[in-house]
Design a protein around this ligand. Structure first.
Ligand code: LER
Ligand code: MN
Length: 271
């Protein structure tokens, strides 16, 4: 069964980002539960920013699961990426992600590598950056294996990375490197920019997809843009995908209405 999730960002430095709820963890969890979400996706400052015991209690109290943990703070706060030209920065990026994986693993939740993948900077060769990406993901793939969780790699649109922009390229990268624990994130906003046919790409790469970011063409909650969602939803419901469809969208017009619109759309397309 496909499950719903909603993002909660607890990192003030990313306040302009595409996250539905902000700041107060418990209040946001209460709202998510009241609306009927199955799970939350968390963005925290680090793998140790939230007390695991407290989160365990809150999840139980509100009947929610942890769908995934985002690692974006590693780049936004600390400037870390796994393809940086500087080896110390790359190493610190890997450690940051490992700690986030360990935090998530306590709840059976995967970590997501989005912006921490980095970019080929001017003066660098693209193939060199792809090599560094493979090197880092090799280590993290093994870490995922030892923790018994998956790791989610997210192709982003061209304005955020020039490494891997489509599900096809992500799937080929996973296959050629023989990663066993890395799955792809289908972020419907990035796909709206990069994929010729998002539904067809999902259908083709479904075996590699481990998580979905649910947003409309303009990154507002689904229903507030022009993405043709029905064929995309059909590609998932016709498959055996049983992961999360998680609202990573702007809190437009405000967090409460964005969350309400998201769960309405989730029910319309996935129930
Ligand atoms: C992260 O999930 C993402 O989609 C990025 O665009 C955020 O920088
Ligand atoms: Mn995303």
């Amino acid at each position: 069964m496909i499950k719903s999730a909603v993002t909660i960002a607890l990192v003030p430095q990313i306040k302009t980002g595409p996250w539905i709820f902000w700041e107060n963890l418990e209040e946001s969890m209460g709202k998510a539960a009241a609306l009927g979400f199955d799970a939350i996706e968390l963005f925290t400052a680090s793998g140790t920013a939230i007390d695991s015991e407290r989160l365990k209690i809150l999840l139980q109290e509100y009947g929610l699961k942890l769908a995934a943990v985002g690692t974006g703070a590693g780049k936004v706060i600390h400037g870390l990426t796994i393809t940086d030209a500087n080896i110390t920065i790359r190493k610190n990026a890997i450690v940051f992600i490992q700690e986030m994986m360990e935090f998530g693993a306590q709840f059976g939740a995967p970590a997501i590598i989005g912006s921490m993948q980095g970019n080929t900077v001017p003066g660098e060769m693209h193939s060199n950056s792809i090599g560094l990406l493979a090197e880092a993901l090799q280590i993290l793939d093994q870490h995922a294996s030892s923790l018994g969780v998956k790791l989610i790699y997210e192709p982003l649109n061209r304005y955020e990375t020039n490494l891997i922009n489509t599900l096809d390229d992500g799937a080929a990268f996973i296959a050629s490197n023989k990663f066993n624990n890395i799955q792809l994130l289908a972020d419907l906003f990035h796909m709206n920019i990069e994929e010729a046919d998002p539904a067809a790409s999902i259908q083709k790469n479904i075996q590699h997809i481990g998580h979905v970011h649910f947003a409309d063409s303009n990154r507002k909650p689904v229903g507030f843009g022009h993405t043709a969602m029905q064929p995309i939803a059909n590609a998932f419901t016709a498959s055996d995908y049983d992961g999360y469809v998680s609202a990573e969208a702007f809190a437009w017009p405000n967090p409460d209405l964005a969350a309400a619109q998201t769960i309405r759309s989730f029910k319309q397309f996935f129930k």
